[in-house]
Design a protein around this ligand. Structure first.
Ligand SMILES: [Zn+2]
Length: 405
């Protein structure tokens, strides 16, 4: 086989010569031998007096030819140093370390993933294991994303999510200007942010704005590590808190109702109670919903408290926003609904951070977009059992559109 074909086709340079070809099953095996070099330097001590010391063999994946898998069967020369006695082997310029594929093969795998193939698709297509494709992708992500550049970051969003049902949490930090995830931490306590704050210090950057939920751990962590930053408690999370309370009210009403038919009706209201808009429901269900609200005081009150919550962020000034917040909390207390009173107490205690929104009017679009993408990735990542890979996927999420099943 012509050397120039091997070079142009597969990137095999002239330090190897072609020896033979073998056809086996559905594979083509190209046998290559490293060409002994005259002037060899010991990589351990720099001595140039070395002697040949046998050969080793390696079999590595090469680019396929059509539907045929091809392998390189390499015979690699080894040398022993006369001065230090250590043994080393000839370089293999078209692969690295102990991996079992060439650079070209690696690039081809990444191209196929980029074109929209899932890991399973690509592994099947190339006749290799799922793990090999995943590892190639992981290596690539590691090089590109394991150390995100945070030198221009000034506004961050901190958020947590459960990795799976149960209690495994991750904390992510999002650059609110770019939408990139710049940190993934384990758990949802302040520990999850330690490495991030260290990096902030090392880079000597000043964080100006932080958005997060109202968790005590995040609040104290931000106060300690970015005392100059304005800390806004995310509207999205306040809404979530109230939605949870509405659902608690619904469940307690359901529990207290003895009439089976009425119970069924109450159960069916969940989506309407929590819906952002009733427009998507047909007229009949809306009528039924109105009827349930009008005959059920706790549900009526919970529902309208939820609907009016957004008023807190719709005022012309921060002072008016504060009035709305107080008004809302007073109504919640008057409702005598335990779940709503609890929310009111939280809102009053955290009012500074909630109303800080008026100083910057940060929208949640970036965080919500990120959250939706995280949800999708999480579902897919369920089977990985490779935490590092999952973190890298999160860090590269904004730029990579790889499907990862
Ligand atoms: Zn040596």
């Amino acid at each position: 086989m012509e050397l120039s074909f091997l070079y142009h086709g597969f990137g095999i340079d002239r330090s190897y010569h072609y020896h033979a070809t073998e056809y086996k099953d559905n594979s083509i095996i190209l046998k290559l031998k490293s060409i002994p070099i005259k002037k060899v330097t010991c990589p351990h001590c720099g001595c140039t007096e070395v002697i040949r010391y046998g050969v080793i063999h390696r079999m590595i994946h090469n680019l396929p030819i059509g539907s045929k898998r091809t392998f390189l069967y390499l015979t690699v020369q080894r040398y022993q140093c006369k001065a230090c006695g250590k043994v080393h082997q000839s370089d293999i310029p078209f692969t690295r370390g102990n991996v079992s594929y060439t650079y070209r093969f690696q690039r081809y795998v990444l191209d196929l993933l980029r074109l929209g193939g899932t890991i399973t698709d690509v592994a099947k297509h190339l006749g290799v294991g799922w793990d090999m494709v995943k590892d190639i992708h992981k290596d690539y992500l590691k090089k590109k994303y394991s150390h995100p550049d945070i030198s221009k970051v000034t506004k961050i969003g901190i958020d947590e999510f459960a990795v799976r049902k149960g209690h495994v949490y991750k904390t992510i930090v999002v650059d609110l200007d770019t939408g990139r995830i710049i940190h993934v931490g384990d758990g949802k306590g302040s520990d999850s942010l330690t490495a991030f704050w260290k990096k902030v210090k090392r880079n000597n950057i000043k964080i100006e704005l932080v958005t997060s939920d109202m968790s005590a751990a995040y609040i104290s962590s931000v106060a300690q590590n970015a005392p100059q930053a304005k800390h806004v408690y995310d509207k999205f999370h306040v809404v979530e808190l109230v939605n949870d309370a509405v659902d608690k009210v619904r469940r307690s009403v359901w529990n207290q109702e003895n009439d089976i038919e009425k119970r069924k009706l109450i159960k069916g209201t969940r989506w309407m109670l929590l819906s952002k808009s009733l427009d998507k429901f047909d007229e009949e269900s809306r009528k039924r919903f109105d009827n349930i609200l009008n005959t059920n005081k706790p549900l009526f009150e919970a529902y309208y408290l939820k609907e009016d919550l957004c008023q807190i962020w719709m005022q012309k000034s921060k002072a008016e926003g504060e009035e709305q917040l107080e008004y809302w909390c007073a109504r919640a207390r008057e409702s005598k609904l335990t779940a709503m009173i609890k929310v009111a107490n939280t809102l009053l205690a955290k009012r500074t951070g909630i109303l800080a929104w008026y100083d910057c009017k940060m929208t949640n679009a970036v965080l919500e977009g990120t959250n939706n993408k995280v949800k999708v990735l999480k579902r897919k990542a369920f089977g990985y059992r490779d935490d590092e890979y999952f973190k890298l996927l999160l860090l590269g999420m904004k730029d990579e559109t790889v499907k990862t099943e």
